[in-house]
Design a protein. Sequence first.
Length: 76
Amino acid sequence: MNALNCRFIGEYEKGEMIGEGTYGIVFFAKDKNTNEQLAIKKMKVLDNQDGFPMTSLREVKILKMLSNHPNIVSLR
């Protein structure tokens, strides 16, 4: 991992699509280093010239708040 605790998408093996919504597509994935199974969301960025979409920021904030719930995948 780098200094910001971020990982590169190449460190994961993308599997089949789990679902698709207004703001993105979710895929099954596997960490190539640990073989851990997880989900990866590819965010849809619609012609936004103002930077990262506010809707995406709201979604990340909500996922962070719910990350301890047993029915929610932990956010990293």
